[in-house]
Design a protein around this ligand. Structure first.
Ligand SMILES: NC(=O)c1ccc[n+]([C@@H]2O[C@H](COP(=O)([O-])OP(=O)(O)OC[C@H]3O[C@@H](n4cnc5c(N)ncnc54)[C@H](OP(=O)(O)O)[C@@H]3O)[C@@H](O)[C@H]2O)c1
Length: 306
């Protein structure tokens, strides 16, 4: 099969497009013919070697944890899926090896969900990792209707989905982004504020008593979080371990098929959509990584696999 892979850690110049063996499909797993993959910062952080203390890797490694596609074949004892089913997954496995930047990807059926009909292939690929992250963080923080949440990083992949999940829960959402993304945030139902110097004052102008919950999808903003949180408020970060020193929770999204199915159902109920900023062909994965590395994507970057 055709795939993007790298044989050693490095920057996007280590990526190669070529032929790799088809993945094997173990008991309880499915083989997905990939229609689209989405880019996440974790993909190039792994490629750069930054996660080596946490994760085993087997070279050549195919990057990509986000996938949408069609079931080509099922392994032994997979009653829940059949060839032809349209699916999505947050395809993180314990060893980094067979990712979604390829024509085929094998994954445990337990982390796969059915593709929302309301999303096209590229949007569907952008839902799992970012969507599950936002969903699991807001569930862990027990955000509920009538509460006010501040989302740091409202315009990113996780942030755009986090705003919508929080709105679906009936919360009031204040979210940070640079001014050029404020209209996007408003269209998703959030009240936008610019990040940087003076952020707490801007938030407290909108919510004078402080906010009930803060979800940090950027990192490096814990002082702002603490400054706007009500007494007894809850907060978590996906990008800053130091929140634990301030009573917050440091979280890593887990690939859970049941959570992903709930999120897919929210999409089909019209409550969640995916903003795709740019689509690249598979061969241009290096350009897709370079764009994501700039850190100012509004929504998701996707790869289309023809
Ligand atoms: N722990 C986990 O499970 C987990 C899961 C997913 C992601 N992450 C991490 O979370 C971070 C965000 O991921 P992502 O996929 O959402 O990334 P992304 O889509 O690349 O995020 C880009 C966005 O960040 C915004 N941004 C940059 N600096 C900001 C700041 N100081 N304040 C507010 N917004 C800012 C940019 O908005 P502007 O263009 O308006 O500046 C841009 O829209 C990454 O570090 C990623 O590795 C962790």
């Amino acid at each position: 099969m055709k795939a993007i892979s790298y044989a050693s850690y490095g920057d996007p110049s280590v990526l190669e497009y070529g032929d790799l063996p088809m993945p094997k499909v173990g008991p309880g797993s499915v083989l997905i013919r990939v229609k689209a993959a989405a880019v996440n910062p974790v993909d190039w952080k792994i490629m750069g070697g930054y996660l080596d203390p946490l994760m085993d890797i087997s070279f050549p490694a195919v990057p990509g944890w986000d996938v949408s596609g069609i079931i080509e074949r099922v392994g032994i004892d997979v009653p829940e899926f059949a060839p032809g089913d349209e699916v999505i997954a947050y395809g993180r496995t314990d060893t980094v090896r067979g990712g979604s930047f390829a024509e085929y990807m094998a994954l445990p059926a337990s982390i796969v969900a059915r593709k929302p009909q309301s999303l096209d292939w590229e949007q569907a690929a952008g839902l799992p990792l970012a969507g599950l992250t936002a969903y699991q963080v807001l569930n862990r923080l027990e955000l509920h209707a009538g509460e006010t949440v501040l989302i740091h990083g409202g315009a990113g992949g996780v942030g755009t989905l986090g705003i919508q999940v929080a709105k679906a829960k009936g919360a009031r959402v204040i979210a940070t982004a640079s001014p050029r993304n404020h209209e996007l945030l408003r269209s998703l139902g959030a009240e936008p504020v610019a990040y940087g110097e003076g952020l707490p004052a801007r938030v407290l102008e909108l919510a004078p008593d402080g906010v009930d919950v803060v979800a940090d999808f950027v990192g490096g903003v814990v002082a702002d979080t603490v400054a706007v949180l009500k007494d007894g408020g809850r907060h978590a970060s996906i990008a800053d371990a130091s929140v634990e020193e301030h009573g917050g929770t440091w979280m890593w999204a887990r690939p859970v098929g049941a959570d992903l199915q709930e999120l897919a159902d929210l999409a089909d109920a019209g409550k969640v959509t995916v903003n795709v900023a740019k689509v690249f062909p598979l061969q241009e994965a290096a350009a897709a990584f370079a764009l994501n590395m700039e850190g100012h994507t509004a929504g998701k970057i996707a790869l289309r696999i023809e």
